[in-house]
Design a protein around this ligand. Structure first.
Ligand SMILES: Cc1ncc(COP(=O)(O)O)c(C=O)c1O
Length: 398
């Protein structure tokens, strides 16, 4: 199909769940994407914090091609060497004792919901079924995960959702303390809220959540689907808080762009889960797990993580030097950075795209920057230049 015809064909054949710009990308290399006309774009979205090592990372491509030619799929009816190799890496480098593989962030959270319910029922009886989640939190779009997702626009058309979920203001420990009861089986929290506007959990808030979960025999679930795996400059976003969760969910960057979800749990949680309690046809397949080993090994290196901190600091420093009155706040952790504007960010996103920079939003007024973790300072400076000019140009026209 002629690339110019693709956007119109989409409007005929696809269920219209997405609004997209008319650009059609043909290939990518490192931190750059190229459209069908050969125009180059610096990718500060990374497919929503997914392509952590950029596009076409050579060792990843080699592993994917090799694995695809050997064995792509066998289902979970059979043992898989790549699956266990990846599981071993995740367990040996985290608080967790065991993992369950699925195919997306939403699915990782669905598994977390079910495991929390099963753990509670096994250890504390049938009434401990409630959940706490946070205002601004995003945990996915499937019905269970959606029940924990705060945004009304996403929830309202699809009710009734899973009952027993209480939403508490993010970073309000007293409110969480008032909401939690002995019927609460799990508290779901993103250490850094991504979709909710790049909001960072306060240290005392996350530590306090750990404490109140312990007091009520409640599981603490860290959703690190967006903020985990090196994005904040630590392997795990919760690392800086001096706490460990009982369950952690991962997805986005782990397989370098192939679909994957992981639910990591302690031995105690795992003990409640039996054969047949949960399953997935594709989860943890040989291809995705082999790809993920490459990504994990590369991310889990001090040099890479230090680079994330350096580039993230350069990005935030540069943004804070912009002279625009339109900027309310610049915040972030590592390479998950938000710029809150007084106005909607859509015009800036469109302007940036025209100028060859891909950026996305996190809500109406927050620009979200989440480039590959391998982004260089030169590339950061290029992005800053485009954004600075864009913000000034839009100020002049408003
Ligand atoms: C924190 C968080 N949790 C869950 C999800 C859902 O992941 P997926 O879109 O892979 O289902 C996302 C996706 O943006 C996310 O950012």
């Amino acid at each position: 199909m002629n690339p110019n015809e693709i956007p119109d064909a989409e409007s005929v054949y696809l269920i219209p769940t997405y609004r997209r710009p008319r650009v059609v990308f043909s290939h990518g290399e490192g931190a750059y994407l190229f459209d069908s006309n050969g125009k180059r774009y610096l990718d500060f979205a990374a497919g929503i914090a997914v392509t952590a090592l950029g596009h076409g990372f050579p060792a990843w491509v080699e592993a994917v091609v090799d694995q695809a030619s050997r064995l792509t799929h066998i289902s979970n009816l059979f043992h898989s060497a790549p699956q266990i190799e990846l599981a071993k890496r995740l367990v040996e480098n985290s608080f967790a004792d065991r993992v369950f593989f699925s195919n997306s962030g939403s699915e990782a959270n669905e598994a977390a919901l079910k495991f929390a319910r099963k753990w509670a029922r096994t250890n504390h009886g049938e009434d401990k079924t409630d959940f706490i989640a946070f205002e601004g939190g995003f945990h996915g779009r499937t019905l269970g995960a959606l029940s924990l997702t705060h945004k009304n626009k996403y929830r309202e058309p699809f009710g009734p959702l899973v009952p027993g979920v209480t939403f508490v203001p993010f970073n309000d420990l007293d409110a969480a303390r008032r909401a939690i009861t002995d019927r609460t089986c799990a508290v779901f929290v993103e250490p850094v809220q991504g979709e909710g506007g790049v909001r960072i959990a306060d240290v005392l808030f996350l530590q306090g959540l750990r404490e109140i979960c312990d007091q009520h025999a409640t599981l603490l679930v860290c959703d690190e689907i967006q903020c985990g795996l090196g994005r904040t400059g630590r392997l795990w976003a919760h690392d800086v808080y001096g706490i460990t969760p009982d369950i952690m969910t991962l997805a986005k960057p782990l397989a370098g762009g192939l679909p994957i979800g992981v639910t990591l749990v302690t031995e105690e949680v795992s003990r409640a889960v039996e054969v047949g309690d949960h399953g997935s046809t594709f989860g943890g397949g040989p291809l995705t797990c082999r790809a993920a080993q490459i990504i994990f090994d590369y991310i889990n290196q001090p040099d890479l993580l230090e680079g994330v901190v350096r580039s993230g600091e350069a990005l935030m420093k540069g943004l804070r030097e912009f002279s625009s009155d339109n900027i309310i706040d610049v915040r972030g952790a590592g390479l998950l950075v938000g710029v809150e504007l007084k106005t909607a960010v859509k015009p800036l996103i469109e302007h940036s795209l025209e100028q060859g920079l891909i950026v996305i939003s996190a809500g109406e007024n927050v620009l979200r920057l989440c480039p590959p973790l391998t982004i260089t300072i030169d590339e950061v400076n290029t992005a800053l230049e485009i954004l600075n000019k864009g913000i000034s140009a839009l100020e002049r026209t408003s």
